[in-house]
Write a protein that binds this ligand. Sequence first.
Ligand SMILES: *[C@@H]1O[C@H](CO)[C@@H](O)[C@H](O)[C@H]1NC(C)=O
Length: 421
Amino acid sequence: MATFSQASVFLCLSLTVNSFYYAESQSFIGVNYGQVANNLPSPETTAKLLKSTTIEKIRLYGADPNIIKALANTGIRIVIGAANGDIPNLASDPNSAIQWVNSNVVPFYPASNITLITIGNEVMTSNDQDPPSSGLFNPGLQDNLRGLLAFQRDNKSPFAINPYPFFAYQSDPRPETLAFCLFKPSSGRVDSGNGIVYLNMFDAQVDAVHSALNAIGFKDIEIVVAETGWPYSGDANEVGPSIENAKAYSGNLIAHLRSLVGTPLMPGKSVDTYIFALYDENLKPGPASERAFGLFKTDLTVTYDVGLAKTSQTPSTPTTPVTPSPNPTAAAWCIPKFGVSDAQLQPNIDYACGHGIDCSPIQAGGACFEPNTVASHAAYAMNLYYQTFGKNPWNCDFSQTAVITSTNPSYNACIYPGGST
Ligand SMILES: *[C@@H]1O[C@H](CO)[C@@H](O)[C@H](O)[C@H]1NC(C)=O
C-alpha cells in the first residue's frame, strides 16, 4: 500500500474579522490573487472578471488599497494578509497591530467586505502525515502553537493550511498517485490507524491537519485551505504540470467541495478553500510551474474551464440547474459505485438524510426498508438527495462513491424518483 506524502502541507495563521462568517457561509470556493507580476489586468477589470464568475471570495497576500477599493460593493469577500516581515512587530507591540488594522481595514470596511486577515504565509511546514489519523505538529513548535491556537479558538478564527497534492505527486510520481491526487477513480489508501479508506489526497492532507489539531486538544478549530492548486505547465524536467492535470485537479476539487460530503474525519461540510491562483504571476522565481497556476489569462480568457463562469452553473439555486446536458429530461438515478464498502456508504446515508430529504421509506415499515442493508439504503438516500438538490453532477459525487445510471433501480413498491421529468 502506498504511503501518504510528507511535507506538502504548509500552515499559516489567521484572524477573522467577522467571527460568525465561517459558521454561516454557504460559499466555500475562493481564489488567491497574487501580484508577483508586471502584466496583470487593473483592479477594476479584475473586479468585473470576478463578478462574472461564481467566485465570491478572494485572498490577497498583502493589503493593496487599490484592489481592496476596486472590490467595494461587489459582494466579494476579501482576505487580506500581513507579510511575514510584519510578524515580529505585530506580535511584540499591540499598538502596531492596531495601527495595521487602522490603515489596512478600517478605511475600507464594510464597503469592501474584509472577512479575514492572514498573518504571514508558509511560516511553518508540517512534517509526517502518514497516515492522516496520526498527523502531528512538529514537537518543537507545539508549545508555541498551543498558545496561538487557544487565542484562535477564543476568537473563532480559523486555522489556515496550504495542502498541495501536486507536490505529493512530485515526490511519488506513480500513475496511481496521480489518480489519487486528481480525485480520479483509484483504489484509494487505507489509513492504518482507523481503517478509513481515503479516495483523494486532498482529504488525506486536510484530515492529517485535523488529526494534528486534535492531538493537541484543538479539534474544534475550523480549518481553512488558504491555498491549493495545480500548475498547467512547467519545465521539461518537472513531473505533473499539464493543462489536463490542472483542469482535473481544480475541476474535481470544485465538484468535491460542492458535493458537501466533506472529508472522512469532517463529514457533511466543505472546508473553505482558496484555489491558487487567479492569474499567472510572471515574475515568480523558481521552476516554470511557479508561473503557471493561473485559472485566467491576463486577457481574461480561461486557461482551462472548470465551470466557474456564472452562466455555467448556479450553485446558489440548486433546484434550477442550468448546466447544459445532452438530454436534460433523460431519466437518471444516482447510486453507489460498484464495490464501495458499507463503511463508506453509511456516511452518505447520514449526510443525505441529514439534509431534509424524506428518508422514511428506508426506515422500518417503509417501502424501501427491505433489503435491510447499508448498500440498499444508501442507494435510496443518495438518489433522493441527487434528485432533490438539482440533479447536477456534483450532487452525485459523495466523495466519489457515487455514479449516475440510466437504469431504474426501483423494485416492488420501492420507487426511486428520477424517471423522466
Ligand atoms: C460580508 O460578508 C459576510 C460574511 O459572509 C456577510 O454576512 C455580509 O453580508 C457581507 N456584507 C456585505 C456588505 O456584503
